[in-house]
Write a protein that binds this ligand. Structure first.
Ligand code: OFO
Length: 165
């Protein structure tokens, strides 16, 4: 049986993963409307992944005798100044998620919940991958600057990343 304290923290994480999913969905919509179909596909996929992260925690919490609870969420941003600024926001958000996972790990160590600690390892690894993927995209966007041709190629690359990851 999971402790109240850990269950509460997992419910907070469920909320954050759902919020992440909506943030990336909103970004995907903006990209699609602005004529970046590759970036849109990449972000739609990312949004789906966050939904899966949410579900993974929901299932775990319920399996351990807890009760996963959904709550209301704030509206995500709808407009972005540029593709580069948008991906800076993605990285900023992923760092926030990493910090939140680390806090959860810390709590599990404190209360000696080694089962949840073990469950969280998958998220720790996932965050390393996600941060490095987004940093790679930002590096390319930095190189491209505002050049239309460069942005066109990056968009194509994002389409193939979405198809192959
Ligand atoms: Fe992109 O993060 Fe979920 O966990």
């Amino acid at each position: 049986m999971i402790s109240e304290k850990v269950a509460k923290a997992l419910n907070e994480q469920i909320k954050l993963e759902e919020h992440s999913s909506r943030i990336y969905m909103s970004m995907a919509i903006w990209c699609e409307v602005q004529g970046y179909p590759g970036a849109a596909e990449f972000l739609y996929k990312h949004s789906d992944e966050e939904r899966m992260h949410q579900l993974k925690i929901v299932k775990y919490l319920n399996d351990r005798g807890g009760h996963a609870k959904l709550c209301s969420l704030e509206q995500p941003a709808l407009e972005f100044t540029s593709l580069k600024i948008l991906f800076d926001e993605v990285l900023k958000h992923e760092v926030l998620v990493t910090n939140s996972i680390n806090e959860l790990v810390h709590l599990c160590m404190e209360v000696r919940d080694y089962t949840t600690l073990n469950f969280l390892q998958w998220f720790v690894e996932e965050q390393i991958e996600e941060e490095s993927l987004v940093k790679g995209v930002i590096d390319k966007l930095n190189l491209a600057g505002e050049a239309k041709g460069g942005l066109f190629h990056i968009d194509k690359e994002l389409a193939s990343l979405a198809a192959n990851t």
